[in-house]
Write a protein that binds this ligand. Sequence first.
Ligand code: GLC
Length: 614
Amino acid sequence: MMKANADEIFKKRLERHHDELKWLYMELYNNDSMFAELCTNMYLFYTDRRNPLKKRDKQREENPGWFRKNDMLGMMLYIDNFAGNLKGVKQKLSYLENCNVNYLHLMPFLDSPKEHSDGGYAVANFRKVRPDLGTMRDLSELADVCHEKGLNLCMDFVMNHTSEEHEWAVRAREGDGEYMSRYFFYNNYDIPAQYEKTIPQVFPTTAPGNFTYLPEIGHYVMTTFYPYQWDLNYKNPRVFNEMMYNFLFFANQGMDIIRIDAVPYIWKEPGTSCRNLRQVHTIVRMMRMIGEIVCPSVLLLGEVVMEPEKVVPYFGTLEKPECHMLYNVTTMATTWNSVATKDIRLLKRQMDIVNSLPGEYTFLNYLRCHDDIGWGLDFSFLNQWEMQEVPHKRFLNDYFTGKIPGSVSRGELYNDDPVTQDARFCGTTASMCGIESAESEQDADKWEAAVGLDIMLHAYMLAQSGIPMLYSGDEIGQLNDYSYREDPDKAADSRYVHRGKFRWDLAEKRRDGKGLQGRIFNALNQLEQIRKQEQVFDASAKVYTYDVHNDSILCLTREMAGDKFFGIFNFADQPETAWMQEEGSYTDLLTKKTVTLRDLTVPGHGFYWVKRKN
Ligand code: GLC
């Protein structure tokens, strides 16, 4: 690209956003020279951007809905668990292609202290890859290869805090005022005490409180997460600017999707919950514009693990968008609620809420991720059936830890808080579905039921609107891994129970269609292929729930250009009837057989994917 031409492109993009960007920047910082510095650096990152990435920018600017396609399928994985290091991942890309994955989320890989890493979410250096995983060059090389193969690469951008070993934190601890002002430092407990009155706790048992005392300098520092994760102070424009440079640096390494970690927490005000404050939205909106100016092919994925009314505002408005994608977290938690209760009424309502949002709002759908499941359910709705928050959460945790008679799930509690009586839950999909217990009891019937549930849940996830995201290992039904208990750096954090090493020995067995790995892998593959081929899975399809008058059966309808699809999912473990009277005949998309949708019997944990015959 000719320089003059390239400058023109940058100028045009900057012009489009300049006034709004400046307005918002001044509202937060009122600092002309820092704004000018930001603009200069945006230009420098733009000129540094490799030509193939600029080409990607152009193509995607012309087709902004590029990521809302029915072949988009994500997988998230830990580099070391999956392939040792970044070079190893490059060698294993064919396996991911085999899994139909074209969106790869690499879990945190930046330099982070081994003993105090929070799974990599305590970043010591934003410009350095953890040495055992490789180098920044390995990362950009991996991105290039991924792009050649049609894979999009995603990474975490941990915005809210740094590790206490980050250079800024080290200097702050030495008492350097300039660096102390990049965090929240207090020389007595007055202000922290004021904050503590209104800020809830993220890790009430593993890391209680929101401040950590540093005896060596006699100060308290704000640490919302672990004591070694120091909250950044975004009231300081230096913090904002530098973090935006880090974001653009990763964009230039070839990232396609940036997951903005723990974003609701980034602005703090005493007397508030320090979550989702209006300034957070100002920052995310600025970040979206900065991305659109420098690297418009890059998407922002917001990690907002909150109730729906807090999540949706992170899409911004259609005119002033913020994130491109958000996690469908309430649907995820509500799904497991339906697994435990065999009752889909709350789930149906949740789907209705999601389906009523504008089609541009793209959710990432998932069954499991690297974190625990918090029971963020709509309890005001459940109350009508006498399901009260505290006892119902206890029931769910008892159910999933296998304490309730008839419960086959296995897993562990997380941050069991005696004060709020609010525990969360950890475990893999397969273990939660009962595969682990069935295998240990060598009970063939239970095993069939558990595998059926696992596959049904994936079929249901793949039928939702949005982008499905698999958690590495789920495609072969990987079970909980209890070995973390032997590792002193991990033992206190039960999330590691579902962060085990990827079992390549078991993955090899996927070719045997009768075993666990083959059953799940082949079933998922078939569903993914259908999803890719059938236009009814297009993102612009009309999606809504359909009442089949049975509280155990969820039915989703998709309509697109004359095609009509029903996904019918039985959450009960015995056969149930979907009371429906649909005219015409339908094709079962899996068996290709003809079905009529008249009072259809669905086997326990079974499902149908059917399409109307034209
Ligand atoms: C996010 C991550 C979680 C981490 C936390 C702190 O919520 O998903 O794993 O512990 O941020 O960075």
